[in-house]
Design a protein around this ligand. Structure first.
Ligand code: GLN
Ligand code: ZN
Length: 792
């Protein structure tokens, strides 16, 4: 039984942004990739950033001496870091491993992340329910697994030298393997978890090395324990947890090397939701020393848990995944009763790593004005990473010394939250009244057969109509014009004229290519969500609110803080201008409510479904105006529909209900003759296949080129019977498909579904491609459509 004293009495956080307040790491990494700097330069910049981070965390109130400060740095991704730790790279990258110790140099590390020539990088996928993406390890019976990389040990020593005793943070062994996929060479029935003993043995070596240099605490993240969407049954996961932590916690003597210890004290965390039933008991029954649970997304346990007596329970009450300032009094009301669980000690923490929020509210500009100047009231309502560290420290003091010790801070936080709840703009009575008056009829269109007939008569399209997904290449000229306009160096009228000229070029090109349904090319959009957020009431866009999306890529999610409405038309002028240039039907393009929510920080003071409906109503107004301007086809993109799917199956039906509802609310106000399209960026529908049908769009376009139209028969089997545009051109690569290839794909499609339903389009928008590829690819697409059409 462990006898570790109470851990983190001053509070702790599970991780911190690592990209740098001014994206220093991004810049350093990209300059290394470009060959402008070398590995030593990169390490120097990263080392400075790490030291700055730990000092900052101490300044903000974390204890410098007891392992409360996490060391959670990564050059690219924390899952890739474990691959590097173990030397567990796929076969195609084995040559990158050091002959002696099996480790990866920085160069090789980035090669695994980004690929080289024919060697594809590790696949990337979403990290639980965040917008962060990790690299998926590929593991087989023969993947090398050892304690290969000592970076974690070096970085501990580096911080120690700077005066801070850090707590190394790693993805836990079970979650690492649960998120891995079987490598190509793996035998039938192999699962990466089959390698658990090897991986745990390597972690044990790492723990010994950490104990040897005096590390007091290590953090192992096991969020696999909060989801049931992985392909591993819960029983198997739980058995793996029991076995892994028996080996790491029970079988290794606790304490540092000086005290004959073989391992640091172990904190296991389970961010991103409530633990599986029994998982808290499971963790409590191991000999780990502390357990962190997510009390923002997960339910608060109320009954004593055997085994907790010797452990610290870290109560994750400060939301690591959203940007709102907490009501600290309300948080204490959650934390204090946890004493009844019988843990040896109670500490305050964040629900997740702070990786998912920006650095510091104080990096923003507040005042009157548009653009990224924020409404001054937001300063009081927001908490980014640095503010959250302060919140944790305040709560920890209240827990230790009583509420009176921090009475002012508690009162200020409660007052800020209360002021937000009733502030003008947060609550807009007209918006509330409109939502309250909605009836089922507002969410439904007439029968599809009638719509299809009316649309056919109006649009007069050939069989297998050709179109694109909306954006055309964002050329350097477009970007330059927007940058100049944003800086105020290009007048509104000149910017508008430049965009119109671009639209003219895109229309002419589409006519020359012979496409049937034209788009305006979206030159005026900086981003498919931010563009709309900038023009809707209730949203703010930040100047420096960067969050890592993957690798060196960062995004600045808009902040949805108030009731949403549309003060003025957004896209109508551009679409109407486009229509004035051509006789062909023009498709207007909008981003859907679910995607707008998914890629923003959303308000936490009302159900997400209510917020989605407000966005749905704003889009409904936009669609009505497009319709009134004579636009006969409107596409509402929902690439994030699957992304926002809750991690627990039990929560999924309710989600699909409101998400599909908000889309239908946006799109159901139109006449039968107006055709509604939707675009989804993927075609592995899984759980959402029923929802795709539920959207009730007249035409659905999906990615399908790489999977060779697999989705078309699947959709037909699932009862989908409206228009379908399976992508025939993979826009993720610069490769130009031949007309023959596209023809083959189309033939596959018309074989498995009624050809009258099939549309011909690329997989996705063309904004990241260049004209040199796009022109011939679209020419081949049109040629193939004509050939298959002729043979029908
Ligand atoms: N209409 C958008 C475009 O073409 C869709 C982008 C997306 O699906 N991610 O760029
Ligand atoms: Zn797409």
């Amino acid at each position: 039984m462990s006898t570790t004293p109470a851990a983190f009495p001053g509070g702790t956080i599970l991780g911190y942004p690592r990209i740098g307040r001014r994206r220093e790491l991004k810049k350093a990494v990209e300059s290394f990739w470009a060959g402008r700097t070398d590995a030593v330069d990169l390490e120097v910049t990263a080392g400075a950033l790490r030291r700055e981070t730990v000092r900052r965390l101490v300044d903000l109130g974390l204890n410098p001496d007891d392992g409360s400060v996490p060391a959670a740095f990564s050059y690219y991704d924390q899952v890739l870091d474990v691959v590097a730790l173990l030397g567990a790279v796929p076969e195609r990258f084995r040559d990158l491993l050091d002959d002696e110790d099996g480790s990866l140099e920085l160069d090789g590390y980035f090669t695994v992340a980004r690929g080289r020539g024919e060697d594809a990088p590790l696949e990337m996928t979403k990290w639980f329910d965040t917008n962060y993406h990790y690299l998926v390890p590929e593991i087989s019976e023969t993947t090398p697994v050892s304690f290969a990389d000592h970076r974690v040990v070096r970085e501990y020593a580096e911080a120690k030298e700077a005066g801070v005793t850090t707590r190394p943070v790693l993805v836990g062994p079970v979650t690492f393997l649960a998120l891995s996929k079987a490598a190509d060479e793996a035998g039938e029935g192999f699962h990466p978890l089959d390698r658990l003993d090897d991986v745990v043995a390597a972690y044990a070596e790492l723990l010994r090395a950490l104990a040897a240099v005096g590390v007091p605490w290590v953090q192992l993240d096991e969020p696999a324990l909060v989801t049931d969407s992985l392909d591993v049954p819960a029983e198997r996961l739980h058995a793996a947890i029991a076995s892994a932590y028996r080996a790491l916690a029970t079988d290794l003597a606790t304490g540092t090397d000086d005290a004959d210890g073989e391992r640091p004290a172990i904190l296991v965390t389970a961010p991103f939701g409530g633990l599986h039933d029994d998982a808290l008991a499971l963790l409590a029954a191991t000999d780990v020393d502390a357990i962190a649970i997510d009390l923002v997304k997960g339910a608060t346990p109320t009954t004593p848990v055997p085994g907790l007596e010797g452990k610290t329970l870290v109560a994750g009450v400060i939301d690591g995944h959203n940007v709102w300032r907490a009501d600290l009094t309300a948080k204490l009301d959650v934390v204090e009763p946890l004493r009844a669980l019988g843990a040896g000690a109670l500490a305050v923490g964040t629900s997740t790593s702070l990786l998912h929020v920006p650095h510091d509210v104080e990096d923003e500009v507040f005042g009157e004005g548009a653009g990224t100047t924020l409404d001054p009231r937001l300063r009081d309502w927001l908490a980014f990473a640095d503010q959250k560290v302060g919140e944790v420290a305040t709560l920890a003091r209240a827990l230790a010394d009583g509420r009176d010790a921090v009475a002012d801070a508690l009162a200020a936080s409660s007052a800020a939250v209360a002021s937000r709840a009733v502030a003008a703009g947060v609550v807009v009575p007209a918006v509330r009244d409109r939502a309250a008056a909605l009836t089922d009829a507002d969410f439904a269109r007439g029968p599809y057969a009638e719509r299809a007939a009316a649309q056919a008569a109006r649009l007069n399209l050939p069989a297998l109509p050709t179109t694109t997904i909306g954006s055309f290449p964002q050329t350097p000229e477009i970007r330059k014009a927007r940058a100049a306009w944003t800086r105020g160096e290009l007048a509104d009228a000149d910017y508008s004229a430049a965009m119109r000229a671009e639209i003219g070029r895109v229309v002419t090109l589409q006519e020359e290519l012979g496409l049937d349904v034209l788009v305006h090319g979206e030159p005026e959009r900086n981003d498919m969500v931010q563009y709309f957020a900038e023009q809707l009431d209730g949203f703010a866009v930040t100047a420096n609110g960067w969050v890592q999306s993957y690798g060196s890529r960062c995004v600045r999610p808009p902040i949805l803080w108030g009731d949403v409405q549309r003060p003025a038309p957004i896209t109508v002028e551009w679409s109407a201008y486009t229509a004035s240039l051509t006789e062909k039907p023009v498709k207007g393009m909008l981003t859907g409510p679910v995607t707008i929510l998914a890629w923003s920080f959303v308000r936490d003071d009302q159900p997400l479904g209510d917020t989605a409906n407000q966005v749905g109503l704003a889009l409904r107004d936009e669609i009505a105006d497009l319709e009134a301007a004579g636009i006969g086809i409107v596409q509402v993109d929902e690439p994030a529909l699957r992304e926002l799917l809750p991690l627990r199956r039990a929560d999924q039906p309710a989600y699909l209900d409101w998400s599909v509802g908000s889309f239908r609310l946006a799109t159901s106000g139109v006449e039968a003759a107006t055709q509604v399209h939707t675009h989804l960026c993927y075609s592995e529908f899984g759980e959402v296949i029923g929802a795709i049908d539920g959207l009730d769009a007249d035409v659905t376009s999906v990615e399908a080129a790489r999977s060779r139209m697999e989705i078309v028969p699947e959709l037909a089997d699932a009862g989908y019977s409206r228009g379908i545009g399976p992508g025939v051109y993979d826009i993720h690569s610069p490769r130009v498909p031949s007309a023959g290839e596209v023809t083959e794909l189309l033939q596959l499609a018309v074989k498995s579904i009624d050809p009258a339903l099939v549309w011909v389009n690329p997989d996705c928008g063309l904004k990241t491609r260049g004209y040199a590829e796009v022109e011939p690819a679209l020419a081949h697409l049109v040629e193939a459509a004509r050939a298959v059409r002729a043979a029908l």
